[in-house]
Ligand binder design. Structure first.
Ligand SMILES: Nc1ncnc2c1ncn2[C@@H]1O[C@H](COP(=O)(O)OP(=O)(O)OP(=O)(O)O)[C@@H](O)[C@H]1O
Ligand SMILES: O=P(O)(O)OC[C@H]1O[C@H](OP(=O)(O)OP(=O)(O)O)[C@H](O)[C@@H]1O
Ligand SMILES: O=C(O)c1cccnc1
Ligand SMILES: [Mg+2]
Length: 560
């Protein structure tokens, strides 16, 4: 179906964007403590030390059992451009506490990410708690300096993509989802990221024009209540003429639309004088401006009426029929308040009645778009109420991730100079998994993912058809044998020798990957209420390694 007013973004812009990067993302976009640590490491002669960090999260967001990993491309672009500028160095000289040795700044000035290696999960894949999204290896000072920026690039991107993917699951494949959140987003960069990652997660378009231009995302929109309320009556209609699309003859849209209000009011069963003239004038003028993409906001004056949207719906239908006489097809309506299930059903009934009466089958299929503080639960509830909505336009809850505003990805040291490191905690969920590890996804014969398995990197990878012992990382008695029908190595070398090592997919490629990756997950892991946890296990070797190191590092208390 024809979308509403639809600006096709230029492919040139996306090319320009691929060659640039988000200018805010630069080495100083970090926490001060990364740079003070860098100085202290440097001062204690640790320039040649090598470290391994894991980036992972501990809990899936939104009370769910899956997360979409996103933000990798931005991380790689950050590494490509990782250099301190002269003004960065000047600023740090002024800002770092105490008197700093000049040689440190000479050292900082020549730093780059050429000696860093990043192994990562593919962007757009489903990911689970404790499985490293990235393993970052390299000189201790540099990989430490990357922490905050990598986290800020991954945390919101993954949270947002996961949120969007959840809305897509709730709405189903055939409903159009539009992101309308820019005005409510966490600032301009938050708004741009929201549009980009909502698209990756499964939205079809955005109202954010700059996001459309930068990322080549479809841009869509309707009009605001202000457009309707700016017209008081027919006198405000300065242009009334529209050319017949077949003959080119100029016709009076006001005359045609008011003529249609009479017969249509009988079909809809309301009085024509219940409809606002100012609203009709506004809709006529919008139809004249966009005869091929006419969509009307119908709730300005009366949407809550128990009968139906008396004013807006009648006025919309009148203008749509006038357009039809001139050879144009209207697109549909937007409802932005009231009971969205009830009103969408009423509107659909009216469209069907008119379609039947005037033998215009397309009228029955006019698009019904709903907006107004919609969230995942609203969509699920509307599904139960058998709504007739074709498109959800969602802002606030989507872009602010109101249900859970942060993902909580962390970046933890797991190895230094070849020696494993463990961070202990009273809270077992916070104990880190030491050493350099690899991650594998084991699939069952039905094609579904069964379990993610972490192993020490020195171990042989699991093999198809060969039984492997999968252990809970902390509960000794929880174990299972798995004979995988397919084994996927999750961590791939994405960055090495100062360059990206894998051809990166387009935004649409990542968007498709989200859906195909979600397909491999069993339905019960994806349901909204009490989803089944997906298992993440460790090999027997890694289990023993963790627990030996734990005992080695945990102080023995003394009772007195
Ligand atoms: N049928 C429905 N089932 C569940 N939730 C709904 C349904 N219809 C609307 N909602 C949601 O209920 C909330 C209604 O918001 P609210 O009470 O502010 O009413 P409103 O129609 O926006 O009022 P106002 O026009 O005064 O702003 C919105 O979050 C909307 O998404
Ligand atoms: O409701 P959201 O999911 O955030 O979607 C975006 C909202 O933005 C607009 O409202 P507007 O800013 O005009 O204000 P409103 O809250 O009065 O509708 C639009 O009419 C939607 O209602
Ligand atoms: O195009 C719209 O209808 C729109 C865009 C942003 C926010 N609210 C509505
Ligand atoms: Mg609103």
């Amino acid at each position: 179906m024809e979308p509403f007013i639809d600006t096709v973004s230029c492919s040139q812009c996306s090319v320009i964007y691929q060659n640039t990067r988000n200018g805010i993302v630069q080495p100083l976009l970090t926490d001060l403590y990364q740079i003070t640590m860098a100085y202290a490491y440097w001062k204690s002669g640790r320039v040649k030390d090598c470290a391994v960090f894991d980036m992972f999260f501990r809990r899936n967001p939104f009370d769910g059992e899956f997360t979409i990993f996103a933000g990798l491309e931005e991380c790689l672009k950050f590494l490509q451009n990782f250099r301190y500028s002269d003004s960065d160095i000047e600023y740090l000289k002024m800002t770092l506490p105490g008197n700093k040795e000049e040689e440190f700044f000479t050292y900082l000035k020549q730093l780059n990410a050429n000696d860093v290696k990043i192994y990562a999960i593919d962007e757009g894949c489903v990911a689970f708690p404790r499985v490293p999204l990235m393993r970052v290896e390299g000189p201790l000072i540099i990989v430490q300096l990357l922490e905050t920026t990598l986290l800020t690039l991954v945390n919101y991107a993954s949270l947002m993509s996961t949120n969007a993917a959840r809305y897509r699951i709730a709405a189903g494949a055939n409903i159009q989802l539009l992101e309308f959140g820019l005005r409510r987003a966490q600032g301009p960069d938050g708004g741009l990221s929201a549009s980009k990652y909502a698209y990756i997660g499964g939205f079809d378009g955005t109202s954010n024009v700059l996001a459309g231009k930068m990322f080549n995302i479809p841009v869509k929109g309707t009009h605001a209540h202000a457009y309707i309320t700016s017209f008081s009556d027919f006198k405000d209609l300065k242009t009334k003429k529209l050319k017949d699309s077949n003959t080119g003859e100029e016709r009076d849209m006001l005359e045609l639309s008011t003529k249609w209000r009479g017969p249509l009011s009988e079909v809809i069963d309301i009085m024509p004088d219940e409809a606002s003239d100012g609203e009709l004038a506004a809709l006529i003028s919008f139809a004249i401006a966009f005869p091929h993409g006419f969509i009307a906001l119908v709730d300005t004056y009366d949407v809550k009426s128990v009968i139906t949207c008396r004013s807006g719906l009648l006025n919309f239908c009148a203008v749509a029929m006038a357009l039809n006489e001139l050879g144009y097809r209207a697109v549909g309506i937007r409802i932005d308040s009231g009971d969205l299930a009830y009103l969408s059903n009423k509107a659909r009934e009216v469209f069907i009645k008119i379609a039947d009466k005037y033998n215009l089958p397309w009228f029955a299929k006019l698009r019904i778009m709903a907006s107004n503080d919609i969230n995942e639960d609203t969509i699920l509830s509307l599904n139960d109420q058998n709504h007739k909505i074709d498109c959800f336009a969602i802002g606030t809850h989507l872009v602010t991730c109101q249900r859970q505003p942060a993902l909580g990805c962390v970046y933890k040291l797991v190895e230094i100079n070849g020696m494993p490191r463990i961070k202990l905690s009273q809270d077992v969920a916070k104990v880190t998994m030491p050493g350099k590890k690899d991650a594998y996804r084991l699939y069952g014969v039905d094609g579904h993912a069964l379990i993610d398995l972490l192993q020490r990197s020195v171990e042989t990878p699991p093999q198809v058809g060969i039984r492997v012992l999968c252990r809970h990382p902390f509960q000794e008695s929880k174990r299972a044998y798995v004979i995988p029908a397919k084994v996927e190595s999750l961590l791939k070398l994405y960055w090495s020798d100062g360059a990206i090592q894998v051809k990166l997919p387009s935004l649409d490629g990542v968007r498709n990957r989200v859906q195909s990756s979600l397909q491999t997950l069993r339905q019960d892991h994806k349901r909204n209420l009490n989803p089944t946890p997906y298992k993440v296990a460790v090999s027997d070797d890694l289990y023993n390694f963790i627990h030996d190191l734990w005992l080695e590092n945990a102080p023995i208390g003394e009772l007195s």
